[in-house]
Design a protein around this ligand. Structure first.
Ligand SMILES: NC(=O)c1ccc[n+]([C@@H]2O[C@H](COP(=O)([O-])OP(=O)(O)OC[C@H]3O[C@@H](n4cnc5c(N)ncnc54)[C@H](O)[C@@H]3O)[C@@H](O)[C@H]2O)c1
Length: 351
């Protein structure tokens, strides 16, 4: 395959536009069609991104034989049905996170991919952040020794997205902050350490802020404004501990809303050193028998969505493996399913 890969974007809300902007920075790509069920939004996004082929139904976009690969940027409930239909139509797929509502749907996506023999890239964009590569390399080089504990804190003090809309409706989203933002750091942690074997988890989720909706006080709202006649039946806080066999553990706190300081950090604790990201990237090590906190400086430009897309297109052309695989997506879904189960059953469960 040579030349530009022709692409369609399904769902042109917030992240669909981010994808369109990112494709524009990747010379190997050409976005030739957009799809959304909201006609006004579709027209507006068509103008904004300079795309004139617009579809109200994703089935019609998938029937366009020119399109080789699609970005799926719709609410989580539609990830599995659209991804499966895309593979049936012979398209490659870049699928936004989380993979689906649960692992059962994730496995169905994998089966459709295998039947079609096409490429599936999971939209785990955090892997493409410059700091993430620094962590992965520091661990792979052996500099940190054996990683035996990972700490994750992803806390928004007041950051529920689209209160009352699809994000806060379990049937549409699969869950709250845990599945929405937790998946980013779970994936990052397993990818950076190559610990793809979560075995057991003990966790608790809470839902303290979304209901009654009018009592939720906030400064700004991603995907707002609130829909007070909508639903809030998902988690806004989750805490727990994951075991990776008997070799390593991961403790986590993930919140859309909590009376706690805003924080986004992951800390990797190894036998020879530690590394913390979120804010400065700092290696906790020893120099000449003294303890040393080494602030790492590196090029922080680039990466992100354009890099994710460029890597996906390399995979489409058969030049590389996808930057985040469907198999890894299913492991993340399995872990999230187990966290919800542990909370419901009030005990440690198998992943
Ligand atoms: N990678 C990231 O950092 C990141 C950030 C935000 C959102 N996301 C993910 O992207 C997805 C979309 O999130 P968003 O914030 O853009 O939501 P959004 O509500 O802003 O946009 C979703 C769009 O999909 C459209 N849509 C719904 N059903 C459709 C269908 N059947 N066919 C075509 N279009 C349909 C909606 O009309 C809407 O315009 C979610 O899965 C979310 O988890 C990822």
């Amino acid at each position: 395959m040579s030349g530009k890969v022709k692409v369609g974007i399904i769902g042109v809300g917030t992240i669909g536009s981010v994808h369109a902007d990112a494709y524009a920075k990747v010379p190997e790509a050409q976005v030739i069609a957009l799809c959304d069920i909201l006609p006004d939004r579709l027209q507006e996004k068509g103008k904004r991104h300079g795309v004139s082929t617009l579809y109200a139904s994703y089935h019609d976009l998938l029937a366009n034989p020119e399109i080789e690969s699609v970005s799926i940027c719709v609410p989580n409930r539609m990830h599995a049905p659209i991804a499966i239909d895309a593979f049936k139509a012979g398209k490659h797929v870049l699928l936004e996170k989380p993979m689906a509502l649960n692992q059962v749907e994730g496995k169905a996506i994998l089966a459709a991919r295998d039947a079609a023999g096409k490429v599936l890239t999971m939209g785990m964009v955090r892997r493409q952040f410059p700091e993430s590569e620094v962590v992965r390399q520091a661990i792979a080089s052996g500099r940190l020794g054996e990683i035996y504990q990972i700490r994750i804190r992803m806390i928004r003090r007041r950051g529920i997205p689209g209160l009352g809309g699809w994000f806060t409706t379990k049937a549409e989203s699969g869950g709250g902050g845990l599945i929405d933002i937790g998946v980013h750091f779970f994936d990052l942690a397993m990818w950076a350490t190559d610990l793809w074997n979560p075995t057991r988890v003990s966790a608790k989720i809470y839902s303290k802020f979304g209901a009654p909706m009018k009592d939720y006080h906030y400064i700004s709202m991603w995907a707002g404004p609130p829909k007070f006649d909508g639903t809030f039946d998902v988690d806004d806080y989750a805490a727990g501990m994951v075991r990776f066999g008997d070799k390593a553990t991961m403790s986590f706190e993930v919140a859309w809303a909590a009376n706690a300081k805003d924080e986004q950090m992951a800390e990797f604790i190894g036998t020879k050193g530690g590394l913390v990201i979120g804010g400065d990237t700092v290696m906790l090590t020893e120099v000449d028998n003294m303890l040393a906190d080494v602030k790492l400086n590196y090029n922080k430009d680039g990466g992100g969505f354009p890099q994710e897309i460029a890597k996906h297109l390399k995979a489409v052309k058969g030049e590389a493996a996808p930057p985040a695989t469907g198999e890894q997506g299913v492991i993340a879904m399995r872990l999230i399913d187990a966290i919800y189960k542990s909370s419901e059953q009030n005990r440690e469960v198998e992943v």
